[in-house]
Design a protein around this ligand. Structure first.
Ligand code: IYR
Length: 222
């Protein structure tokens, strides 16, 4: 049996309605300027900003509070090069053989191809791993729950925190990503989830002219 939970008073600040409206409005404005970026500057980013964003990601809710995530921040040029080379091998296979015509058509507006120079140019790659198991203090293997949901939420918070701090990101998912665990020497019970490319955008960065769906399209109020 594990210890029964102990409880503490909730630290919650109630806001007046004007403040709630103002906060929700300005947060939406902030987030509506977030774009996935593929043209990065090679300028380095403040390490403490990455650390704070990772701590924010670590506050995500998770199944049974198992916190089934691990983040590897790669800034080393040689390791970034290794990751780029391995990713490009998989991506060449994907674009040339594995992806269906329907898939290639769906991503055509994004202008992507098998070349991934941003994996070397961007100052930081955050490899996000999903832990199928956790080992407790006594080394006992514990199963984790709702891992994809939990790590997905943590990744969302991380992207939001980095954007809020003035950094751009790219959610990159070379497929398959097994090479990431090998290069970064992660244990077999961790599965690569997303490779988050992070840095400042290049001065001349361009992004596809995509539109976001309206509230009425993405929601139903009953
Ligand atoms: N992983 C490839 C292909 C790709 C797939 C999807 I779904 C995208 O939204 C974008 C790209 C690549 O990164 O190029």
């Amino acid at each position: 049996m594990t210890n029964p939970a102990s409880f503490i008073p909730l630290d919650f600040k109630r806001l007046d309605e004007a403040c709630m409206l103002q906060n929700s409005q300005s947060f939406y404005q902030l987030m509506s300027r977030r774009r996935t970026v593929r043209d990065f500057s090679d300028q380095s980013v403040p390490l403490q900003v990455l650390e704070n964003a990772l701590m924010a990601a670590g506050t995500a809710p998770s199944g049974a509070n198992m916190q089934p995530w691990h983040f590897v921040v790669v800034q080393d040029a040689a390791v970034k090069k290794q990751i780029r080379e391995a990713a490009e091998i998989e991506e060449r296979e994907l674009y040339d053989h594995r992806a269906s015509d329907e898939w290639l058509q769906a991503i055509a507006p994004l202008g992507t191809n098998a070349k991934k120079p941003f994996l070397e140019k961007a100052p930081a790659l955050i490899a996000i791993f999903l832990k199928k198991f956790t080992f407790d203090k006594s080394g006992r293997k514990q199963k984790n729950y709702y891992t994809a949901e939990s790590v997905g939420i943590a990744t969302g918070i991380l992207i939001t925190a980095l954007h809020n701090a003035g950094l751009a990101t790219l959610t990159h998912t070379p497929s398959p990503m097994k090479f990431l665990g090998e290069i970064l020497r992660r244990p077999a019970y961790e599965r690569p989830f997303i490779l988050l490319v992070c840095g400042y955008p290049a001065d001349d960065a361009m992004v596809p002219n995509i539109k976001r769906q309206r509230l009425q399209e993405i929601s139903t109020f009953i």
